[in-house]
Design a protein around this ligand. Sequence first.
Ligand code: SF4
Ligand code: FES
Length: 217
Amino acid sequence: MRKKIYTYESDEIKVTYDLNRCIHARECVQGLNKVFDPQKRPWIQPENARGDEIADVIETCPTGALHYEMKTSDRVEKSSSKNRIQLTQDGPVYFFGDLEVRNHEGSTVLKDTRFALCRCGASTNKPACDNSHEKIEWKAGADADKSKMPEIEEEKHDKLIIKLMKNGPAILEGSYTMESASIGEHTSDKGVALCRCGASSTKPFCDGTHKEIGFEG
Ligand code: SF4
Ligand code: FES
């Protein structure tokens, strides 16, 4: 996963922006346009708002492209109280929580509180989404077969590990609440395999099609 990090500072806050993980979800632009404005240069101007206002908006960035360090307060970014997985229509899987992405050898690729996993198979910045699903006009619903994820009463406050299999799916380890408009909220700790090649007939789960299509990633 490539990184291209830019830094913007005011007296109160240091904002970092990873161009390669931004997919123009626009939560920042809609949340605080006087700071995040693509029509201006630089496009992030942290001196135009209070540090805590900017931090609130940064914590809504679903891809983890934006992060902050406060200079004048103790505030640090916390992960959401439970690990949440949001399925998006025709787009990536968003993760929020205490997240660790590992490669097939078990090495840590990323630790973060927010992450957008490519599930169309076309991103040039795998495992992260880079908006390629729009270019290839990839289609997928935001639903899931809940019977594949036996429900648990309450989610444990554990880390969610997203383990990337070579040329295959991402395996979840830990508990999570999967959310979408069609399934509502469903909490499980089943170690399901999420399709990354884009071709499974049982999306968002892997059905082995990645082998047939020679998926690389
Ligand atoms: S919220 Fe994050 S992903 Fe969306 S436009 Fe802003 S920086 Fe990019
Ligand atoms: S990763 Fe897509 S079917 Fe397995």
